[in-house]
Design a binder for this molecule. Structure first.
Ligand code: NAP
Length: 322
């Protein structure tokens, strides 16, 4: 599987990465049992996926621990992307950003210990600061950790265009992580344009996108009667309720018709559409089982195929009014 260079870095990412949020076990309904989680991670590697996206927040460390249990020292053979700068209060409910340099350093050290690594390949600020820490202070701490060899490259998640420009002015940002799918396309506006014209960069910024399946909606497995338990974040996601949900189901069923005609899983087609859009380096797809990851990994072979009816899928995506 051809990996794509992450511009301006020595990293190359397969067009699909494994997202580890749901494997961590919080807010995604019934937790994935340990054996299944480990099998899911191993399946991702078996399918040719060469990178994982995790975070201290995912299961409050459990996702990291599962990665180590699954891969042991083989974790060093793939690209590990993780995050920094979110605290939780221990009760499991509340999380908030903390981008003060001292916390950033402590958070990275804790990730290195949990992941049993000497260096993090790709460290991403999880959320923009909510408490007034100047971004230049945070970036200075990240640059220091890079100089100390503890972080290979750093980036940010969930920043808007002006915020991203501020980050780039403060230091050598290597990646933006942002939401993007057939059902969520705000990235295509000012944010995409800003990744191509950042201060201090001649090449476009690499972009990795999350929720390419819109939290499972684009797999085609839900219908209008779908209900989620209180422990599932989709119970509070208005994309899964009312007229918005019905409109998304219509888009999904139209995509499903195309997928059936091609003989490919609709989930793989949805991820592939995302991974081949302008400006995108790779998509991060979450999975809770070997079967899900094997299905999603098929997107890697699809996204390079110019013979597929992408224009038809563009029209389906364009028909959606969120
Ligand atoms: N930086 C950030 O702030 C941020 C935010 C969100 C996500 N992320 C990252 O991006 C990753 C992906 O996003 P996401 O997990 O939220 O959404 P997603 O990839 O759109 O959806 C993942 C979920 O869809 C279902 N699913 C996946 N593949 C399937 C298949 N082939 N067939 C049927 N169901 C399938 C699974 O849940 P069920 O089986 O329960 O339906 C899975 O947990 C995360 O794991 C995380 O690494 C980052």
């Amino acid at each position: 599987m051809t990996a794509r260079p992450l511009p301006g870095t020595d990293l190359a990412l397969t067009p699909v990465g494994l997202g580890c949020w749901a494997l961590g076990g919080l807010w995604w309904g019934k937790p994935v049992d340990e054996a299944t989680a480990i099998d899911t991670v191993c399946a991702a590697i078996d399918c040719g996926i060469n990178w994982v996206d995790t975070a201290p927040l995912y299961g409050h460390g459990r996702a990291d621990e599962l990665l180590v249990r699954a891969l042991g020292r083989r974790l060093r053979d793939i690209v590990v992307a993780t995050k920094v700068g979110v605290r939780w209060d221990g009760s499991g409910a509340h999380a908030r950003s903390d981008l003060r340099p001292a916390y950033v350093v402590a958070d990275v050290e804790a990730s290195l210990r949990r992941l049993n690594l000497d260096r993090i390949d790709l460290l991403q600020v999880h959320w923009p600061c909510e408490s007034g820490t100047p971004i230049a202070d945070t970036v200075a701490a990240l640059v220091q950790m890079q100089a100390a060899g503890k972080v290979r490259h750093f980036g940010v998640c969930n920043y808007d265009a002006p915020g991203l420009c501020d980050v780039a002015a403060a230091g050598p940002v290597a990646v933006l992580q942002t939401p993007y799918s057939l059902l969520r396309r705000e990235f295509e506006g000012a944010l995409l344009a800003s990744t191509r014209a950042l201060p201090g960069r001649s090449d476009p910024l690499g972009v990795v996108v999350y929720e390419p399946l819109c939290r499972g909606l684009l797999t085609g497995k839900f219908n209008a009667t779908a209900r989620f338990g209180d422990d599932d974040l989709r119970a509070r996601d208005d994309r899964f309720a009312g007229p918005r949900f019905l409109r998304a189901l219509t888009v999904t069923s139209r995509l499903q018709l195309v997928a059936r005609r091609l003989g490919v899983p609709v989930a793989a087609l949805a991820i592939a559409w995302t991974a081949r859009r302008p400006g995108i380096t790779a998509a991060i797809a979450g999975a809770k089982s070997r079967d899900q990851v094997a299905c999603n990994a098929q997107a890697m072979a699809l996204c390079d195929r110019d013979d597929l009816p992408w224009a038809e899928i563009d029209r389906i995506a364009d028909s959606y009014r969120g």
